[in-house]
Design a protein around this ligand. Structure first.
Ligand SMILES: Cc1cc2nc3c(=O)[nH]c(=O)nc-3n(C[C@H](O)[C@H](O)[C@H](O)COP(=O)(O)O)c2cc1C
Length: 211
């Protein structure tokens, strides 16, 4: 099967060792940020924030609570996806204001949409709300991984960290956020053995059900 997207997806892999001497150009990083920004989310609410972890000391602290995974300090850039823990009327209102301004629609004309979203988010239990906002970050992750592969930038998605410790180190709780994912970005070390491994994926007949 030959197509650029398939080539890119075969090229990418969860990088274990980055070449710490190679930095992502600022312009490329902006493209990756824009891919995240353009990512789909439920209703378009984007109920998360993405932390660009530049501070070396913070990176070392995060590595210590992320199974000591070397990528956290060796990669060119580190992003932390954090879901909003208590999305509610305020966030819906701000989204409606944004939509009203971008599309030049009076906010009153968006009341039906606003009511629907308010109803959806306010009826969720706090736990369900957290699960729902956390899910949205994974969609942005998928978009980021594809975009990075297209730019031939390596990326490692990571769930291997202590969420509470990361929240504490980065003061996320007081910002109404909770870390879901760390993504390290950069360029693979030529000796990273993982890049030479064949992809292990389910065959189509196990993965897809045609009804
Ligand atoms: C949500 C998520 C969490 C992951 N957590 C880690 C992690 O903490 N450390 C790591 O090295 N790889 C992690 N991975 C990478 C997966 O192990 C990898 O994507 C999978 O084995 C498929 O291999 P490939 O991505 O190299 O094709 C994670 C992947 C995803 C999608």
């Amino acid at each position: 099967m030959e197509h650029t997207i398939i080539e890119n997806l075969n090229w990418r892999y969860a990088t274990k060792k980055f070449d710490a001497t190679k930095k992502i150009a600022k312009a490329d990083l902006e493209i990756l940020k824009e891919a995240i920004r353009l990512s789909a989310s439920a209703y378009g609410l984007q109920p998360y924030q993405v932390i660009l972890l530049e501070d070396e000391d913070l990176r070392a602290q995060i590595k210590a609570v992320a199974w000591n995974q070397a990528q956290v300090t060796e990669a060119s850039d580190v992003l932390i996806f954090a879901n909003m823990t208590a999305i509610g009327l305020k966030e819906v209102e701000s989204y409606i204001e944004n939509m009203s301004s971008v599309r030049a629609i009076p906010a009153a004309n968006l009341k039906g949409f606003a009511d629907m979203m308010n109803n959806a988010v306010t009826t969720l239990t706090p736990e369900a709300k957290e699960v729902w906002t956390a899910k949205q970050t994974y969609i942005a992750l998928g978009t980021l991984l594809s975009a990075a592969a297209e730019l031939k930038i390596d990326a490692t998605p990571m769930e291997g960290f202590e969420m509470n410790a990361v929240n504490q180190i980065l003061n996320l709780t007081e910002k109404g956020l909770s870390a879901t994912l760390i993504v390290t970005l950069g360029y693979r070390d030529e000796n990273d053995a993982s890049q030479f491994l064949k992809k292990v994926r389910k065959p189509n007949e196990e993965l897809f059900i045609t009804l």
